[in-house]
Design a protein around this ligand. Structure first.
Ligand SMILES: NC(=O)c1ccc[n+]([C@@H]2O[C@H](COP(=O)([O-])OP(=O)(O)OC[C@H]3O[C@@H](n4cnc5c(N)ncnc54)[C@H](O)[C@@H]3O)[C@@H](O)[C@H]2O)c1
Ligand SMILES: [Zn+2]
Length: 370
């Protein structure tokens, strides 16, 4: 039985849009999408894995309002966020003769969402786009907020744009086919919202997190709704990351360093890197005298209990400390060589810490990999 979906708004003036969260939404997609289309011409970008499950249901849902859609399918995986794939996609889109009223729909995880969003921002100098995220990570994080982009030799997400979607349509039923490892990876970002500014949500996850990971619909919907509400609030306050939006990077500075060392393959997926990175951020906060050790233990218990890695050693037996430290400087928050970290003063109390002593960060890395 389909429930009444929940609605949230990302309040960005004329760029405002809704997030709709519920079950059985793909079949009802036309109800939400048709009113937003400047013309009934739609192109759906997805990956092989997601398309096999959800391309036909989404197209059927759109057909109910006589919306004809053209599918474009890319290989699954981070490698699709490349210049080569981007060029291929632009050519594929242009072959289908879009005009400025053509809407692109991203059906998939964060890879498809970031790639499709970037394509939408530059195709014919910008066409409307809609996010239909299907991974937990995309549903709670990447589909909301308008960051789009691709990876280059120099690093992840270094080419891209801020380009907001017209709608984020979240069908929680799609999570039923998501591999368990990917579900846990998205869960790390869910925990992140509790740590940033929502202690009651963190407490709720301590009590009910198993329900979320176990696939209970109301628990998943609550976790996704609360996460999206938090992200929407932060993005509305700071769309282009001049201030509070940086808090969303909790765990990401250390996490990105680990990801860069692992080479963006299957060894470590983004959410796992974030889980370990949040533990390292806790340890850094302790060293800065901001956080008591019992908070770190609570975070470790919640993440570890869900099956996420909590230490670099859970991934690899040995790491190169010098290389990891070097990656810290590649972080987008680094300004003129000074390191910025998101640190914690408690559960739900994340702060931006500028000019962090490099020696402390190095000590955290060395102790974590020892
Ligand atoms: N734009 C942002 O603000 C933002 C935020 C966080 C992460 N990201 C980006 O998101 C990407 C990671 O996203 P992701 O974790 O969703 O990765 P992903 O898109 O690669 O999806 C993970 C895997 O799950 C599969 N999958 C997705 N949904 C499925 C479903 N319902 N059923 C079965 N399989 C499914 C995909 O095919 C893929 O193999 C990274 O590139 C990261 O940089 C962007
Ligand atoms: Zn992330």
């Amino acid at each position: 039985m389909a429930h009444e979906p929940e609605h949230l708004t990302v309040a960005l003036g004329e760029r405002s849009y809704d997030i709709v969260i519920g079950d059985a939404l793909l079949g009802r997609a036309a109800d939400y999408i048709a009113p937003l289309l400047p013309s009934p011409k739609v192109m759906i970008i997805s990956d092989e894995q997601v398309a096999a499950h959800y391309m036909a249901p989404l197209q059927a849902g759109l057909n109910k309002a006589s919306i004809a859609s053209q599918p474009i399918i890319v290989p699954a995986g981070e490698a699709s966020k490349s210049f080569a794939r981007f060029e291929w996609l632009m050519d594929a889109l242009l072959t289908l003769q879009p005009d400025r009223k053509t809407t692109l729909i991203a059906l998939g995880g964060g890879v498809v969402g970031d790639l499709c969003g970037f394509a939408a921002s530059v195709l014919l100098r910008g066409v409307p786009f809609i996010q239909v995220p299907t991974s937990l990570l995309a549903q709670v994080d990447s589909s909301v907020g308008g960051k789009t982009g691709i990876n280059t030799q120099a690093g992840k997400n270094l080419v891209g744009s801020f380009y907001q979607p017209q709608l984020v349509l979240i069908d929680t039923d799609t999570l039923r086919t998501l591999p368990a490892r990917e579900l846990r990876a998205g869960y790390a970002e869910v925990v992140k919202y509790g740590l940033i500014d929502d202690a009651p949500f963190f407490n709720w996850l301590e009590a009910e997190g198993d329900q979320v990971l176990g696939g209970s619909e109301p628990a998943m919907a609550k976790a996704i709704y609360t996460s999206c509400a938090s992200k929407a609030r932060i993005v509305a306050a700071d769309e282009r990351e001049g201030g509070v939006r940086a808090l969303l990077n909790l765990g990401h500075t250390f996490g990105h360093a680990l990801e860069a060392e692992c080479g963006y393959g299957g060894e470590l997926v983004h959410g796992e890197a974030v889980a370990i990175g949040m533990m390292m951020a806790c340890r850094l906060s302790e060293k800065m005298g901001q956080l008591s050790a019992d908070v770190t233990q609570r975070v470790e218990a919640l993440l570890g209990h869900s099956g996420l890695p909590v230490s670099p050693r859970d991934v690899r037996a040995s790491w190169d400390a010098v290389a990891l430290c070097k990656h810290l400087y590649a972080d987008k928050k680094t300004e003129s060589g000074a390191l910025t970290f998101i640190t914690l003063r408690g559960i739900g109390q994340a702060v931006v810490s500028k000019n962090v002593d490099v020696a402390l960060a190095r000590a955290v890395i060395e102790e974590s990999i020892a």
